[in-house]
Design a protein around this ligand. Structure first.
Ligand SMILES: C[S@@+](CC[C@H](N)C(=O)[O-])C[C@H]1O[C@@H](n2cnc3c(N)ncnc32)[C@H](O)[C@@H]1O
Length: 426
């Protein structure tokens, strides 16, 4: 099977290498200046604070039908067209967030491997593998799972691979698959959140790969990579908010440490809010749950006489087969609230639906900043590598339908990079 994933290759030459620092500075200024649009969470605030400053935009979102909201949620570019007349700086935000497609090598993958990886995962793996530059020497695949990536690159590159993975079962089944094809891959069961001395001679040089290693894990990969003078590093980051230390986002690069934008991990989670995999049934269930939660939110604000959001725990899924009244009884018990007997549940259910209608529309505005924030975070990683002696490119390795976490950062160590090493730690 051969894979080539050109996205918008003509854009590659024009925008692909837009200076990383310039791009970062532009995004930093825009995200910080307009943070009142995206830092508050519509689910937790009854009306957006910006509605009096931008009444035109507020009216425009309120006049959208539910079907139009569905379209705009599925195709963010559609909503940009609607919002643009009210937000003149939007084209600049989009330009700074747009990435070119990575050029892809026409690789051949084993049909045997395709049988052992779920369809969407295999498309991610093959697109990522095809977008990598030719590799040589030793490769470390971080958070390898069964090591689909290491097996995918084995045929096209002169490499030996080490797959690091926490789950012993995945290591065992990955090793069996690699052995069956006599591939030079060894699986190592390793908790990569624990300090891990990768600076020893056996680990120096080579390539570090991380396809969807979550938050702290890909941060550790980058640190371990530069500490062990890796020849190259290639990651597709995800779950930027899953970091080990504290509630505030700690930038990696010097540049981002001096940035205007400061972020809590809760702010950071906006960057990964987009999902493209939910079925119609899952979406309907999520909608019902959101409406109930918002209805309960209106009720609890009245009950407590406090205009403040009260988070409720995650819901036993079976409860969605019940009704709103039972949900309120459950939520009240969880939050140790006593419900009076004469509550008009129908009224609060209606209020929940109406809040949901507004939340969906305000989220459209908030989501204008989702990709820019993700690019800001990815640029923090790119600039970290650049500051540590790497030439870095940042591209998309596949379309967002295959995965919205489609950013590929490739860093190649410059020949003149300082020969430093140290220990990586969480
Ligand atoms: C999203 S999956 C990605 C798997 C693989 N890279 C791929 O794309 O097919 C993340 C992987 O990280 C592994 N993982 C989670 N925590 C880990 C840790 N502390 N140390 C090492 N691996 C970990 C999980 O078991 C899982 O296999």
């Amino acid at each position: 099977m051969s894979v080539a994933v050109p996205l918008h290759p003509d854009a590659a030459s024009e925008r692909g290498d837009l200076d990383l620092l310039q791009r970062f500075q532009s995004l930093d200024a825009l995200l910080a200046e307009h943070d009142y649009f995206w830092k508050p969470r519509p689910f937790e605030t009854t009306h957006p604070s910006w509605r009096n400053v931008h009444p035109g935009l507020y009216n425009a979102i309120n006049s959208l039908s539910d079907a139009e909201v569905d379209t705009c949620s599925a195709e963010p570019a559609r909503f940009q067209e609607i919002a643009q007349p009210f937000l003149p700086w939007l084209p600049e935000l989009s330009r700074a967030s747009e990435l070119a497609a990575a050029s892809s090598r026409p690789l051949t993958f084993s049909p045997f491997d395709a049988l052992h990886a779920p369809g969407r995962k295999w498309r991610q793996v093959t697109a990522f593998a095809a977008a990598l530059p030719p590799l040589s020497g030793h490769v470390h695949d971080w958070c390898s799972g069964k090591g689909h990536l290491a097996r995918a690159i084995a045929g096209a590159n002169e490499v030996t691979s080490l797959c690091f993975e926490l789950d012993a079962q995945l290591c065992e089944s990955g090793q069996a698959l690699a052995d069956k094809q006599q591939l030079p891959i060894r699986y190592v069961q390793q908790d990569l959140l624990q300090p891990f001395d990768s600076s020893t001679e056996a680990y120096r040089g080579g390539w570090r790969l991380g396809l969807h290693a979550c938050g702290q894990l890909h941060v550790n990969l980058l640190r371990a990579g530069v500490d062990s003078a890796a020849d190259g590093v290639a990651i597709a980051p995800c779950c930027y908010h899953k970091l080990c230390l504290g509630e505030q986002y700690q930038p990696l690069s010097e540049t981002a440490r001096r940035a205007s934008l400061t972020l809590s991990l809760k702010d950071v989670s906006l960057a990964v809010q987009e999902t493209v995999t939910a079925s119609a049934k899952e979406r309907a269930q999520r909608e019902k749950e959101s409406q109930w939660r918002l209805g309960f939110d209106v009720l609890q604000r009245q009950l407590r006489n406090k205009d403040e959001y009260l988070p409720t725990p995650s819901l036993p899924k079976a409860m969605l087969n019940g009704d709103f009244t039972a949900f309120c009884a459950w939520a009240a018990q969880e939050k140790q609230l006593t419900l009076p007997k004469d509550i008009d549940y129908a009224q609060f259910a209606t209020a929940g639906r109406s809040r949901y209608r507004e939340v969906r529309r305000v989220e459209l505005v908030r989501h204008l900043f989702r990709r820019p924030l993700e690019i800001w975070l990815a640029l923090d990683r790119a600039l970290f590598l650049q500051e540590r002696g790497y030439e870095v490119t940042m591209r998309e390795f596949c379309s967002r339908e295959i995965t919205p976490r489609n950013i590929l950062l490739v860093g190649r160590r410059r020949k003149d990079a300082a020969n430093e090493s140290g220990l990586s730690a969480c």
